[in-house]
Structure formats: structure tokens, C-alpha cells
Design a protein around this ligand. Structure first.
Ligand SMILES: CSC[C@H]1O[C@@H](n2cnc3c(O)ncnc32)[C@H](O)[C@@H]1O
Ligand SMILES: [Zn+2]
Length: 434
């Protein structure tokens, strides 16, 4: 099936930064086969499904590289606490109550929110009901990196059981759903997984050819406690045990690191998912994105869960990321507008190790979104990239496609029943709170 989207402003995000002010894209078998200026030739359009974009802006789908959708019923339930208290005294006890129905309701809610705000690909790090979720992601048509994450504060036997579950899930789902689902292994954090367990997981990941995802250096307290216990920063421990090399790492946060840590991560082609809103809400600090970039670390964007955000809107995340770096470095071009958009698109694809994703180019996966530019905050409409970073909102997104298939058209969700999902989320939270 051939689809042509014509009459669009096409923001390709390619190396040359090409923008077709009046252009079209051709999609065949879920992949872009042409991106051009002007109108498609009559001959080329014969037999194709031709969609008139009506001058909308067409850009790569946004990529959320860190989150926990299973927690989405907890939006706003515990607002004013630092991470350690928030987790140990509020979130973990609440998570004890989560059952299959509650987690399912939470995740469907998140998929609605993500699609509606232009996210086409996301990462889920969680420990509950991953097989059900993988099936739901496949049905909803999204692209995702999923993992059964583990906490290792338990016996060796339990640690092995959890790792076996993670591996089983990873093997069942890696590269499934026509390549839209990938998997990783995921020790939760250095403070919840003893070094031997992290080593065990990394060895398994190397054997399986899977990347590894982990929370890292999110708070000052965590680093302080870690130094007390192990006498070094967690990045130094990973290096001492030779766990950085030969492993495709994606770390979440990386707020409390220093020059030597950026150097090590950059030298090992690690990626860091920057979660500025979550870090600000929990009072964790501000990651040194500019320093990370300088050392060759691929920096992408994540929201974390809505319990620490409270939204899954990557436009907000992009804007916050760029503004924070300019503010803390007192330098307006320290992270450029272009780099902001890049973090939310092409760097996201790199961080998740999805091939052929994140730009609008021939041969790339046809994951893209369209925005309605006919709004005061996006006018005058000539500086689209600037507006996307500094003014656009998730609610400006009107159309979402993954692998050439529409998930939302003119604001109508096509694969998820929003009304039912919103109702169910409220009912499930009420039930948990009884
Ligand atoms: C076992 S994986 C999921 C685990 O992570 C917890 N979590 C949620 N947000 C954060 C965060 O910002 N830092 C560390 N851990 C977090 C969540 O509650 C789950 O238990
Ligand atoms: Zn997290």
C-alpha cells in the first residue's frame, strides 16, 4: 500500500536540516520512499492513498526514552517530596497494591496521552505485567522499548528468578510487532542492585546482545550514600568492574556526575536519557547536558512517570531541557534550538538503538506526526523549528503515524477507545484507594 501525504511543511530533521515549505512524503510498506518539494506527479499518485495535509507541519514522531507507564494512576498523588522519601514511603507502598487491571488501566491512559501529544516511540521500565503490555502496544500500533526491570535487594535466588523473568520477556518480545518492539535488561539503580547483581545482568545482556537501561546518579543523596558504602561514584564502579565496555548502555538522569564520568560514558558510547521535569519536580537537580554532549554522550529526552512529572508531553520536556541549559550556563547557544528538537527525535532513536528511525528521509521508518500551525502561538509561521521548541504544545498535534499506519487522524484516536480508557483509569484508582 502506498500513502502520500501532500501539501505539508516537511521538517525532515536530516543532517542538512532540510525543510520543505510545501512538500510531500511517500510511504510504502511502512518506510519513506520519497520526500520532495511541491506536488506529487499524477502518475506517482495513481492508486495511492493521498492525504491532503492542508499545510500542517509534518515532523518525526517524538521519542520518550525513559518512563514507567505502569505508575500512571499515581499522577499527582505525592507531590512535594524528594526521591528517596517519595519512593520508599509513598510510591513503593502504593505499587504493592497494583494488580493487573490497575496497571493495564494506567498504561492505556499513558498510551492515549502519548499519542495525543505526538509521541510515537517510548521506553517502559517496570516490573509488572510486561507481556500483557507488549500485546497492548502491538495492538495500539505504537513503537516501544520494553523491559522487565529488577530490584536486587533480595536473596540470590530471588535475584536469579527476576533476571530469568527479564530474559524470558526480552527473548519473547525483542524485534516483535514487525520490529516495533525492542527490549533491554534493566537493573533499577546502583542503590537497589548490588554490584555483583549488576555485573550478572550486564554479562547476560552481552550474551543476548541486548542493551541495558538503569537509573543513574539521580540525586546528591544517592551518590553520597553510595560513596559511603562503596568508596566511589557508581560510574567509577562500573568502570572498575569493566561493565561499561562491550555494553550498549542507556542511563536515566545522570544529574550528579563530574567531568571524568562524562568522559567515561562518552568513551563507551553510552546514552543518557535526560528527564528535566521529573528532576525539577523531585528537587533532584539539573543534569549537565551541555557537558555530556561535549563528551560525545548521546543525550535524549524522557518524562519519567507522571507521578514525578505530571505529564508525558515531550514538547514541554524539550523546552525545559533547552531553557535550563541556557540558564545554568548563562549562554544562549550552549544547547541550540536544533539540538533541542534533535534530542526528542533522532537522539531518541539512537538512545533506544532503533535503526532507521528519528528523521524524515528515504529508507527511514515512517513514524511521523503533524501539527496544526493555524494558531496564534505558532505565527508568524516561518520559524517552525523555533516554534516547535519554544512554543508548541502536545495538544497542537493532530495526526500521528507509526510505520506508515495512522494512530490518530485529525485528533481522532484510531486504535484506542479514549472515553472508555479515561473512565477505567478513574475507576481503577478509586478501587485501589478503597
Ligand atoms: C522496578 S522498575 C520501576 C521502579 O522504578 C521506580 N521509579 C519511578 N520513578 C523513579 C525515579 O525517578 N527514580 C528511581 N526510581 C523510580 C518505580 O517506583 C518502580 O518501582
Ligand atoms: Zn524512572
Amino acid at each position: 500500500m502506498k500513502t502520500i501525504i501532500k501539501n505539508a511543511k516537511v521538517i525532515t530533521m536530516n543532517e542538512a536540516r532540510t525543510i520543505h515549505e510545501h512538500g510531500y512524503v511517500v510511504i510504502e510498506d511502512g518506510v519513506f520512499t520519497a520526500i520532495e518539494h511541491g506536488e506529487p506527479a499524477e502518475e506517482a499518485a495513481k492508486g495511492a492513498n493521498v492525504v491532503n495535509a492542508d499545510k500542517k507541519w509534518l515532523m518525526p514522531g517524538l521519542i520518550n526514552t525513559h518512563g514507567h507507564t505502569g505508575m500512571s494512576l499515581f499522577r499527582g498523588v505525592s507531590d512535594d517530596l524528594p526521591l528517596s522519601k517519595w519512593l520508599a514511603e509513598h510510591i513503593w507502598p502504593l505499587e504493592q497494591k497494583l494488580d493487573q487491571k490497575a496497571v493495564e488501566a494506567a498504561r492505556l491512559l499513558s498510551m492515549v496521552e502519548m499519542i495525543e501529544s505526538g509521541t510515537t516511540t517510548f521506553l517502559e521500565m517496570y516490573h509488572l505485567h510486561l507481556d500483557d503490555f507488549a500485546a497492548a502496544v502491538e495492538e495500539a500500533g505504537m513503537r516501544a522499548t520494553l523491559m522487565r526491570s529488577v530490584i536486587g535487594l533480595c536473596s540470590k535466588e530471588e535475584q536469579e528468578e527476576k533476571l530469568a523473568e527479564s530474559l524470558g520477556f526480552a527473548r519473547r518480545w525483542h524485534k516483535q510487532a514487525n520490529g516495533r518492539i525492542q527490549t533491554m535488561l534493566a537493573p533499577h539503580a546502583p542503590y537497589t542492585c548490588p554490584p555483583d547483581y549488576i555485573e550478572r545482568i550486564v554479562e547476560a545482556a552481552r550474551q543476548e546482545g541486548l542493551p541495558v537501561h538503569m537509573h543513574l546518579a539521580e540525586t546528591r543523596k544517592e551518590i553520597h550514600d553510595y560513596m559511603d558504602e562503596y568508596g566511589m561514584h557508581p560510574v567509577e564502579l562500573l568502570q572498575e568492574r569493566d561493565l561499561l565496555s562491550g555494553t550498549e548502555w542507556l542511563f536515566a538522569h545522570g544529574v550528579h556526575m563530574h567531568e571524568q564520568h562524562y568522559e567515561l560514558l562518552g568513551a563507551h558510547q553510552a546514552a543518557v536519557s535526560h528527564n528535566p521535569k521529573s528532576n525539577l519536580k523531585l528537587g533532584s537537580g539539573i543534569a549537565q547536558v551541555a557537558s555530556m554532549q561535549k563528551h560525545g554522550i548521546v543525550v535524549s529526552l524522557g518524562t519519567d512517570s507522571v507521578a514525578s512529572n505530571n505529564a508525558l508531553d515531550l514538547f514541554e520536556e524539550m523546552r525545559t531541557a533547552v531553557l535550563l541549559q541556557r540558564g545554568i550556563n548563562e549562554q544562549a547557544d550552549i544547547v541550540t534550538t536544533w539540538e533541542g528538537l534533535n534530542m526528542a527525535t533522532s537522539n531518541g532513536a539512537k538512545a533506544l538503538r532503533f535503526a532507521n528511525l528519528g528523521t524524515i528521509e528515504v529508507g527511514q521508518q515512517a513514524d511521523f506526526i503533524m501539527l496544526n500551525p493555524e494558531q496564534a502561538h505558532l505565527h508568524p509561521s516561518s520559524q517552525a523549528v523555533s516554534h516547535l521548541v519554544f512554543a508548541a504544545k502536545g495538544s497542537d498535534v493532530t495526526d500521528v503515524y507509526v510505520q506508515g499506519a495512522p494512530l490518530m487522524k485529525d485528533k481522532q484516536l484510531l486504535t484506542l477507545d479514549k472515553e472508555r480508557i479515561l473512565k477505567e483509569a478513574n475507576e481503577q484508582l478509586r478501587r485501589l484507594q478503597q
